[in-house]
Write a protein that binds this ligand. Sequence first.
Ligand SMILES: Cc1cc2nc3c(=O)[nH]c(=O)nc-3n(C[C@H](O)[C@H](O)[C@H](O)COP(=O)(O)OP(=O)(O)OC[C@H]3O[C@@H](n4cnc5c(N)ncnc54)[C@H](O)[C@@H]3O)c2cc1C
Length: 363
Amino acid sequence: MYDYLIVGAGLYGAVMAHEMKKRGQSVLVIDKRPQIAGNVYTKEVEGIHVHQYGAHIFHTNNKEVWDYVNQFATFNRFTNSPVANYHGELYSLPFNMYTFNKMWGVVTPKEAKEKIEAQRKEAGITEPKNLEEQAISLVGTDIYEKLIKGYTEKQWGRKCTELPSFIIKRLPVRFTFDNNYFNALYQGIPIGGYTKMVANMLEGIEVRLNVDYLENKDEYDSLAKKVIYTGPIDAYFNYKLGNLEYRSVRFETELLDEPNFQGNAAVNYTDSETPWTRIIEHKWFEFNDQPKTVISREYSSEWKLGDEPYYPVNDEKNGNLYKAYKELGEKEEKVIFGGRLGEYKYYDMDAVIAAALEKSRNV
Ligand SMILES: Cc1cc2nc3c(=O)[nH]c(=O)nc-3n(C[C@H](O)[C@H](O)[C@H](O)COP(=O)(O)OP(=O)(O)OC[C@H]3O[C@@H](n4cnc5c(N)ncnc54)[C@H](O)[C@@H]3O)c2cc1C
């Protein structure tokens, strides 16, 4: 009999397992995948750590979480500075002085502001009725046409004129030569990959892989006094109230026999014609010098039951359905629901770690 059965070896489950073990509790971790680390799993290919479930950049303002993860990994100095490719013209992201200089040849912040202001005025939008009008009223027509329109339409699968304006309340515009995408105090990638970091969290803890909890629920429940479940909450209840929806991403990953494909970890394709939204070149997260390289093209895709669930859909219908499942969950005395799937919530890595640490103090 274990004190805790932890379903899911992702970040939430691994932090919980580590904390419970530290408190002298016996723990068994199971995961239905053949590997640990959940969605932050990095697979080694030709010495390159490939982010199999999407590119993951650790960034946080939370000192406690930063100190916490640094017990399990040393972080490198990676700074997220994506590049936009619009029909072969390259622009720096997020929008900053390098972007404006390339776009218009302006040199000073004053000139850049004047240019944006002139385009906003010319568009004459007072009350934006859709995303297109909202974007133009924030950054003018050139940036909208070249850097926002195509990318956003690919992401949402709809025209910007058909998308509501509230999707972009603000846009990150910097009148400095700073192309660090995140404003976070701490940022980096664990040297050696995320899988190694999670393995260090799980050191000394029994982990069983390729095990689907829901297929043998009664048997696994009988093994422990408490269950921490980090899988989808609707799956736990066999979708009896209906299924929660997600937005999905499809990755096409390729090993190339060349050392440097695009010279940057992330290049966004902001035109409408290129079918993918961006290309990730994994080796640049860790400044590697292997003779080969691995790239992943990302495509936005509609999600259907059975696909990998990525981003929860924050609309009323799904919000209400989650609430109903949460109420059912509260009646399961032995079970704690946690993590991005258990709580149907978009969590960044630092937030999911903070949530697990908080929960571990309260159980
Ligand atoms: C495309 C994408 C990119 C992202 N990029 C970033 C980023 O750059 N920076 C950042 O901070 N955050 C990023 N995130 C968020 C990050 O992925 C999450 O914060 C984190 O993975 C959540 O961990 P988790 O443990 O809650 O979930 P998961 O990692 O999904 O772990 C849940 C685990 O439970 C297992 N499981 C589910 N059901 C069962 C079952 N029935 N039986 C056994 N096991 C089961 C699953 O196999 C999985 O391993 C990104 C998310 C996505 C989708």
